[in-house]
Design a protein around this ligand. Structure first.
Ligand code: APR
Length: 233
């Protein structure tokens, strides 16, 4: 039986694939007001602006490719029973070969109707204002916006409670409830964080790797290899 590991990822892991983060100096929220594009109120007020914003994100993701950090985490599956809990709406973990990926904030390649959050439709091209779902209500991106509940949070916390190892890669840990997930780890398990500029996080026994994700994840993989070897010997 392999040891169970969970990695919580954020926009920083996809930065070196050319996808902008949200809160770095060139981040998406420098150019947009969150409240104008990523809330239910924004959707009511100006659906065209919201769709434009996510149409751009979809084009960017489609043009991007996974980087060495995504590949490194996919490799980790050889060593551990790995679940990735990502805040990202891109599909770069899947394209790198990771098999268990939970998307806390939805997916850029899915849409849903205003009235039904469970029936998802694939979308690869641009969404058009006024497009309707078979249930007659408007289609919107299947993204979890600010001020909305995060349906996956219960499953994510449950898998973290079971983890034997836990790592955080490329997230500022400012958005809740995702940021609170780090507190579901069992006491005493090995904990790691990889970030170009480490956020202020207080956890005991946290191994801090202050490096870009493409380098830092390679280091993480080596550390996990050594620890799993020790745990299993
Ligand atoms: N390698 C590693 N870390 C990086 C890199 C890199 N190349 N580039 C940036 N980072 C780090 C930053 O230092 C920061 O800690 O990635 C983090 C990015 O933070 P945010 O932009 O806040 O992104 P994230 O934490 O994923 O945001 C959470 O906020 O806007 C919402 O729904 C959106 O899922 C998103 C959530």
């Amino acid at each position: 039986m392999k040891k169970k590991m969970v990695v919580l990822t954020g926009a920083g892991i996809s930065a070196e694939s050319g996808l902008r983060t949200f809160r770095d100096s060139d981040g998406l929220w420098e150019g947009y007001e969150v409240t104008e594009v990523a809330t239910p109120r924004a959707w009511k007020k100006n659906p065209s602006l919201v769709l434009d914003f996510y149409n751009m994100r979809r084009r960017d993701v489609a043009a991007a490719t996974p980087n060495a950090a995504h590949a490194g985490l996919a490799e980790l599956e050889k060593l551990v029973d790995l679940t990735i809990v990502t805040q990202n709406i891109d599909d770069l973990h899947e394209r790198a070969g990771s098999s268990k990926v939970m998307h806390l904030h939805g997916s850029i390649f899915r849409m849903r109707s205003d009235d039904d959050e469970e029936t998802l439709y694939e979308i690869r091209d641009d969404m058009m204002p006024g497009d309707k779902a078979p249930d007659g209500s408007f289609l919107r991106p299947a993204i979890v916006w600010f001020e909305e509940a995060v349906p996956m949070i219960g499953m994510a916390s449950a898998v973290i409670e079971e983890a034997d190892l836990f790592a955080i890669v490329g997230t500022s840990l400012v958005v809740y409830p995702a940021a609170g997930l780090i507190h579901y780890t069992r006491p005493g398990i090995p904990l790691f964080i990889v970030d170009k500029k480490l956020p202020d996080v207080r956890l005991n026994n946290l191994v801090r790797i202050e490096k870009p994700a493409t380098e830092g994840v390679q280091e993480l993989v080596q550390l996990v290899k050594a620890i799993v070897g020790e745990m299993e010997s």
